[in-house]
Design a binder for this molecule. Structure first.
Ligand code: NAD
Ligand code: MG
Length: 398
């Protein structure tokens, strides 16, 4: 029996994780659940999964949750605020901590979890984008193991040999005779939209992804392909890869979830229906395969599988992320923070879709922070970049 804590339990990945857990009462027990504001959804999950501890990062939501937990006589402890989430993640009672908080907010709790030596099932790519080296060094020091939940990284992981899988963060791709990691992406909802019309797209159309059903932030990131840029950086840290080891390929049908090409010409790929419960089940069950509830892929019903190169004039955010990746951890942290601020403004209709890349570019150009050596330094770069993004947005609107 493995005890699981789900950080970001009320979101898209959190709910899919709970659905996989629901199917395996013999394998998993929920120890802890954390979320931000969704009290009703949390109460529902407390009733079903009976966690020992829950945490809400919003103080107001935590007060409301505690009130309802008492009224309903639910036997669980309620922790308050960001500290509560971090304390739950780091209390050492869970064998597996699922990192499914969205954005930079996930970083501190995940570092706390890494210090307990647990298995980290990682969906929260922003945490790695901000702190890759420090994150893996912390995990190594405390004996924690990171397993990817992001579908592309899970596909790459599944296409790599066992000794690489056993040594994520420090593996040697050359020794494994890997020629290239082929990171696939659908190209998002605006793959075929005339570039001149992108200026006019609104938040509602941007979050209607053609293939995947996801939270609002990652849906916008998929439309700009910043998501693929963040995944490019995530892949570098997970697989200890150089920039030149990774190639981004657009694959609109999202049937192949990424590939690894080897020196002998063989290409290993992982295929399946686009449903996050597969990579979640891979991470929760590893090294065993467990059922996930995902429908089988029916090859006779598939149309063609197509591939194309990304056009950087359509996806400037992808290019900016690849440039930041070359510059280093300070740049990738600034990129991530600027993107979070820009996406939030776009979702509130305060800036245009095409302004997102402008905000990120301006923050990257003005970032002079040195390479971070601690999580506090990472968070200070993050804070500076947020301020500079907000200033730029103010000027855009002023
Ligand atoms: P979402 O918006 O649906 O859910 C986010 C969750 O995080 C919610 O439960 C929310 O309450 C919680 N949260 C936010 N701030 C918090 C805080 N400070 N403390 C505790 N909880 C907090 O997002 P999502 O689509 O599930 O994505 C979650 C993460 O997984 C993101 O990093 C995303 O990039 C990654 N991811 C998502 C998908 C997908 O298909 N949705 C695929 C791959 C990777
Ligand atoms: Mg992905």
């Amino acid at each position: 029996m493995r005890y699981v804590t789900v950080l970001g339990a009320t979101g898209s990945i959190g709910k899919s994780t709970l659905d996989v857990i629901r199917r395996h009462p013999d394998l998993f027990r929920v120890y802890g659940l954390a979320a931000s504001t969704s009290v009703d959804s949390m109460i529902e999950s407390i009733r079903e999964f009976k966690p020992k501890v829950v945490a809400m990062s919003s103080q107001k939501a935590a007060v409301e949750l505690l009130k309802q937990v008492k009224e309903l006589k639910l036997p669980c402890e309620v922790l308050f605020g960001e500290d509560g989430v971090e304390n739950l993640a780091g209390d050492g009672s869970a064998d597996i901590v699922v990192g499914a908080i969205v954005g930079a907010a996930g970083l501190r709790p995940l570092i706390a979890a890494a210090k307990t030596g647990c298995i980290i099932a990682l969906a929260n790519k922003e945490a790695l984008v901000m702190s890759g080296t420090i994150f893996f060094e912390t995990a190594k020091k405390y004996g924690a193991r990171v397993l990817p939940v992001d579908s592309e990284h899970s596909a790459i992981f599944q296409s790599l040999p066992f000794d690489v899988q056993e040594n994520l963060g420090f593996c040697d791709l050359k020794k494994a005779h890997v020629d290239k990691i082929l990171l696939t992406g659908s190209g998002g909802p605006f793959r075929d939209t005339p570039i001149k019309d992108l200026e006019l797209v609104d938040a509602k159309t941007a979050i209607a992804h053609p293939v995947w059903s996801m939270g609002p932030k990652i849906s916008v990131d998929s439309a700009t392909m910043m998501n693929k840029g963040l995944e490019f950086i995530e892949a570098r840290y997970l697989f200890n890869a150089d920039d030149s080891d990774i190639q981004v390929v657009i694959h609109p049908q999202s049937v192949i979830h990424s590939m690894v090409s080897y020196e002998d010409g063989a290409v290993m790929a992982q295929l399946g229906n686009p449903d996050m419960r597969t990579p979640i089940a891979v991470a929760l069950g590893f090294p065993e395969r467990i059922s996930s509830g995902v429908n089988r892929l029916d090859f006779t019903k598939l149309s063609s599988l197509t591939f194309l190169e990304p056009d950087f004039s359509r996806y400037p955010c992808l290019k900016l992320a690849m440039q930041a990746s070359k510059s280093g951890q300070s740049a990738t942290t600034a990129l991530n923070a600027a993107n979070e601020v820009a996406v939030a403004s776009f979702l509130e209709s305060k800036i245009k879709f095409t302004d997102i890349s402008r905000v990120v570019e301006s923050v990257l150009c003005s970032n002079t922070c040195k390479e971070p050596e601690s999580i506090d330094e990472v968070l200070s770069i993050d804070e500076n970049a947020r301020k500079s993004a907000a200033d730029y947005i103010g000027k855009l609107n002023g």
